[in-house]
Design a protein around this ligand. Structure first.
Ligand SMILES: [Zn+2]
Ligand SMILES: [Zn+2]
Length: 254
């Protein structure tokens, strides 16, 4: 299984970088996991979207899904035959928001003429080519699901956006790689009690990875100015082993 980082920015983009977007590939089958602003420009330098088996969206925050609007324009404007439409798997309960977004950009059919959209059910494993994906709900400001992705006897766990929570514990349970958000530079940047938190410090990603027995840890979805060592240093202290920083454009063997 291969992971290619198309974007690692948090909602406020790092200069020249896309927001959340990851290509996961196995045996010639490709998934685009999240599609935030800037991701499509990175994608089309590598693949036409018709080479994707599916797009999978973790949650309805703009930094994870807004480039679905852009992706539509890569296809001719005419509706595609139903069997040729790109599979797009959305979080539960998102259909009305997608219709509002389509109308907001000019046509209620903006997505449905080109995409075959469906929602996962929040917990059941589904297959895309040789890959099986299990959604795991995380604690975030709105409903959000990370994914456990398995293929070739290997496992990638993607936290999407999350605070420390049971879902994070499940995801960090012995994957070959935990691809974890690490958005916070300090707890002051998260919601204040009694409002529930929604993001992680790098040290918290390291703790979850260590406690769960993750074999590898890669930090993403974080502000990077320079080499990002502020984050990997923190996470190394709790994880106790090498911590990678997601590098835009780079492909990793899992
Ligand atoms: Zn979010
Ligand atoms: Zn986010």
């Amino acid at each position: 299984m291969e992971l290619t980082v198309l974007g690692r920015s948090p909602a406020s983009p790092n200069p020249g970088e896309a927001c959340a977007g990851y290509l996961v590939a196995s045996n010639g089958s490709r998934i685009l996991l999240d599609i935030g602003p800037g991701v499509v420009a990175q994608l089309v330098g590598r693949h036409h979207p018709s080479e994707l088996a599916a797009v999978v969206v973790s949650h309805m925050h703009a930094d994870h899904m807004l480039d679905l609007v852009t992706l539509r324009y890569v296809f001719p404007w005419l509706a595609r035959p139903k069997e040729e439409r790109l599979r797009v798997i959305m979080p539960p309960g998102s259909a009305d928001q997608m219709l509002d977004l389509a109308r907001g950009v000019g046509s209620s059919r903006h997505f449905e003429d080109i995409f075959r959209m469906s929602e996962h059910d929040g917990s059941s494993t589904f297959s895309i080519g040789p890959m099986s994906l299990t959604p795991v709900q995380t604690q975030h400001y709105i409903p959000c699901w990370g994914f456990r992705i398995e293929a070739d006897g290997r496992r990638l766990a993607y936290t999407a956006d999350t605070a420390p929570c049971g879902g994070l514990t499940d995801l960090a349970d012995a994957p070959d790689l935990l691809l974890s958000e690490a958005t916070l530079r300090s707890l002051d940047e998260d919601a204040t009690p009694p409002e529930p938190r929604g993001h992680l410090l790098p040290a918290e990603a390291g703790t979850a990875a260590r406690d769960g027995g993750s074999r590898g840890l890669m930090l993403t979805h974080l502000p990077v100015n320079g080499d990002g060592s502020w984050a990997t240093t923190q996470a190394l202290e709790t994880f106790g082993a090498e911590v990678q920083l997601a590098a835009p454009g780079r492909t990793y063997e899992i």
